[in-house]
Ligand binder design. Structure first.
Ligand code: SF4
Length: 288
């Protein structure tokens, strides 16, 4: 039996960078807070919690922190998704050290929407309005901004007369759906400029997982229950391979391998640490 690990499995560049940043700050002996969980993976978050990293769930918990002077060695790490501009302001007012691990691809979107909205454009963000990345992008706009997630919302959207629309997307948004929504705006004859800001890491991981699942007899997808990109990977793999398992840790893996299994494929979401992937790989190799 062959076990194949998807070459794109696990942390993307932005998440790896953010997690490494937290560990680097810990080495400096500081009290570390992260603004939101640094990754959507409970195993990583629990491990960091054991090392004393505290998670600030929202703006209210940041506001409740004592000022920096009282806790000179405290640093707040901004995770890969980024935050609205006002959060930087609060950190500065409170005198807390800001360690910005926003993914450079998300930073690029922040820069674009700041520039375009300063020029008077109405920003349209194609994405999930409840996702922290979208909240961060929205919080960088300096004028009118609208979040659109579904084609029906694009159909119903009516800009103010004379509005020029500038469309960007959440980095993890579905490519085909983004284009469909943009087409709706274009067909309505609005004055619209578009920058596709979907990150290729997601697309590459999905393509690679799909190709592996198509060859596999059994597919294992590892990732956090709340990670939307892992859930999407699971759906893609399940579409290609009926024997697909979605697990968060090794404890969830109750494999029942049919006798004729030739190939077990393993993939993992963008927030899954290598350690966990290796553990699963080792377990399957030893036990089956
Ligand atoms: Fe950055 Fe892309 Fe990873 Fe998002 S998916 S954190 S944009 S590398």
């Amino acid at each position: 039996m062959e076990i194949v690990l998807d070459e794109c499995a696990g942390f993307c560049f932005g998440v790896r960078r953010a997690v490494d940043t937290v560990y680097e700050q810990l080495e400096k002996g500081k009290t570390i807070y992260t603004y939101g969980s640094v990754v959507h993976n409970e195993v990583v978050v629990q491990e960091l919690a054991k090392r004393g990293v505290k998670v600030l769930e929202d703006k209210a918990s940041l506001l409740a922190l004592p000022p920096g002077k009282g806790e000179e060695k405290a640093a707040v790490v901004i995770r890969a998704h980024g935050v609205p501009e006002e959060i930087y302001g609060i950190l500065e007012q409170k005198g807390l050290e800001c360690v910005d691990a926003t993914c450079p691809f998300v930073k690029r979107i922040h820069r674009i929407v700041r520039e375009q909205s300063a020029q008077g454009k109405h920003i349209v963000i194609v994405g999930n309005p409840g996702h922290p990345e979208v909240e961060g992008i929205l919080g960088m706009c300096r004028g009118p901004a609208t979040v659109v997630e579904e084609p029906g919302e694009a159909e119903n959207f009516v800009p103010e007369e004379g509005d020029s629309l500038f469309v960007v997307s959440q980095t993890t948004f579905n490519y085909n759906k983004f284009h469909y929504i943009v087409e709706i705006f274009q067909e309505k004859g609005y004055n619209v400029s578009v920058v596709n800001t979907i990150c290729s890491a997601t697309k590459e991981r999905q393509q690679s997982a799909r190709a592996l699942a198509a060859r596999a007899d059994v597919m294992i997808v590892i990732g956090g229950k709340h990670s939307s990109n892992t859930r999407k990977l699971y759906e893609i793999c399940r579409g290609e391979c009926a024997n697909t398992y979605f697990i968060q840790t090794l404890d969830d893996l109750h494999l029942e391998l049919p006798k004729a299994v030739r190939l077990v494929g393993i993939t993992a979401g963008a927030s899954t640490p290598n350690k966990l992937i290796e553990e699963v790989q080792r377990h399957v190799r030893i036990n089956f």
